[in-house]
Design a protein around this ligand. Sequence first.
Ligand code: CTP
Ligand code: MG
Length: 219
Amino acid sequence: MSVWAVLVAAGRGERLGEDRPKAFVRLGDLPLLAEPLRRLDESGFIDHVVVVAPPGWEEPAILLAEEIGASKVSACVTGGATRTESVRAGVADVPDDAAVIVVHDAARPLLPDEVVGRVIEALARGFDGAVPAVPVTDTVKRVRDGIVEETLLRDELVAVQTPQAFVAPVLRAALDAGDGSDCASLVERHGGRVTVVDGDERLVKVTSRADLERVAGWL
Ligand code: CTP
Ligand code: MG
């Protein structure tokens, strides 16, 4: 059974506002991309990695993979205009005989290997997909035009992270069917059964300068 990781790093990082894409902003001594790439490469749960880079950044991504000795990288492909497009581009490069595809945001650099293990292990229990999640601590309301329409039951809410693992053919079919903010939502809409496993606070997504500094402090 081969497990492929698709590492999506093709975003522009507009909210970070640097002179380069987020994946190439410095984190510690190297571009941010090095951290999640090294962790996936070193994971005993992952066999191969496809990196999805911003247009024009494919070559720097390959050079970075070589620099850190990431030997599982099979290809570096060009991302698209949306995250879903970028995932599609990466998945298109995963061979047909792959059993499992794990999609991870490069913007979540501090990937604990036990979370990779948890999402993959959940598929062995018969689920089509598995996502890591953490409890929501704030009260969440649904608001339209500044008016609260509903206060959601916090016990039923979780905040979802990546890595997200899927039975490969299920993810491919869901990606053919539409777009969504994460891969799991596509699989859910396509009738797939997605389960939730424990996420990790270290998997915060680097969006702002403050996030980057927080993550750098945890390195
Ligand atoms: N991503 C991608 N291709 C896109 C958009 C996003 O591969 N067209 C990736 C990002 O590189 C990131 C992950 O999806 O690893 C989550 O996206 P986000 O945190 O929104 O990153 P950016 O889109 O780069 O940031 P911003 O929205 O601030 O521009
Ligand atoms: Mg974005």
